[in-house]
Design a protein around this ligand. Sequence first.
Ligand SMILES: Cc1cc2nc3c(=O)[nH]c(=O)nc-3n(C[C@H](O)[C@H](O)[C@H](O)COP(=O)(O)OP(=O)(O)OC[C@H]3O[C@@H](n4cnc5c(N)ncnc54)[C@H](O)[C@@H]3O)c2cc1C
Length: 476
Amino acid sequence: MSEQEYDVVVIGAGPAGYPAAIRAAQNGLSAACVDDWQNRDGTRSFGGTCLNAGCIPSKALLESSELYHRAHVEFSKHGIEVGSVAMDVAKMQARKGGIVSQLTGGIQALFKANGVSALQGRGRLLESNRVEVTADDGSTQIIRGKDVIIATGSVPIELSIAPFDDERIVDSWGALEFDAVPERLGVIGAGVIGLELGSVWQRLGADVVVLEALEEFLPTIDAQIAKDALRQFERQGLDIRLGAKVLEAKASAEDVDVRYEVGGEEHTAEFDKLIVCVGRRPYTDGLFGEGVELQVDERGMVMVDEQCRTSLPRVWAVGDVVRGPMLAHKGTEEGVMVADLIAGKFAEVNYEVIPSVIYTAPEIAWVGKTEAELEHDGVDYKVGTFSFAANGRAKGMEQAAGLVKLLSAASDDELLGVHIVGPVAGELIAEAVLAMEFSASGEDLQRTVHAHPTLSEAVHEAALAADKRAIHAINR
Ligand SMILES: Cc1cc2nc3c(=O)[nH]c(=O)nc-3n(C[C@H](O)[C@H](O)[C@H](O)COP(=O)(O)OP(=O)(O)OC[C@H]3O[C@@H](n4cnc5c(N)ncnc54)[C@H](O)[C@@H]3O)c2cc1C
């Protein structure tokens, strides 16, 4: 069998893999991208989890549910009476599907425009950088990459005590496909995905209970921000039960019965649907052919160095399949970095400055260190906070809750972390990311002119507050 040879072969066309293939082609290298994503209706599309079953569809539904909720509870505060507000879940889902297919189709077009060979099929890494590609009809071809990039992503973790049945007990993808609002919705896991999906369906009218085994809410984010967010979610009616360890979930034709334990005491709950969101695991199942001794850890995570080199020469790995936060933009930056390194260019990812966003309402966004991390590291720091309650734009938007918190070094004022809970926090954090990328100080933010009236003034005031110079707050 003749083997087509490329400069770069990428396995996986999610947000880590497809940008790697495109950048390789932009760098003048011949590139192929192999992907086996299959939609629920059997069709194939590029874009991986992010475009097909993650970031994009979840944000499309969050927007619809937010608008519905606001029409219900906020419009009348603005003096807008709309009478009864009706919901059409099928139409919401169709809108979401339209966005997904436009974007996934866009990747196909980008591959074509950049001359990337897009191959739909399952890739398996063989010895000597050869990749076997098995198509749907079972036919196989072997291609070879001078360099190979593994970008096979991650899959949801399944609990043996609550196995997915795709009907009543579902993973995050299943939760994005409901064709009606469940009356009683259970969510196992109060992490990013559980909160986002719980929010979507709660805003559309579901009674949502989130069961979280940990005692602390969002323990990895800044504690003050987590506390404020929890208070706001609870006020909205999201029932978050901390320290609730699920013992068993049993689905029947009518409902799902869940047994769980809090502080040694057993409880039960019945739901119409149960979403299990307890994390994702790197996906390398069946990826390596015989004799390929690429180093992975016990969870299947591919071991890489700072520049995403694996233990095998000229084999790289990027995105969810390697260490670091499972975030689309982190994977994209790694993919692009690797494609540039292969082309002999300088490239790096600044892992210290990767923003995270939870797209609930209000949104939660952060970058850099938390107060607890700075304390743990023995770093002296200054804190500035500013509440959206004192921000004119937030008030006009009827969203004057939450705060901006800024941490900078006591020694030289360098920004160390920015944490936000509030309206469009995911957009506001970009300023902090840029500032930190340029090693800006709190004073740099103080001296930067922010338009009035905007939400970004809250970031400005938080920077001022760190030096007790905030104008619209009492400095303590
Ligand atoms: C509900 C949900 C919401 C999310 N929201 C956000 C968000 O708002 N922001 C954010 O940054 N992140 C979000 N994420 C996480 C984000 O989706 C992932 O971090 C991102 O998709 C990882 O990109 P990746 O390219 O590494 O892997 P993936 O996107 O998982 O893509 C991997 C691709 O490789 C293919 N593949 C796997 N094995 C093979 C093989 N052997 N041969 C061929 N192809 C193979 C897969 O089919 C898939 O198409 C969300 C995730 C979920 C589930």
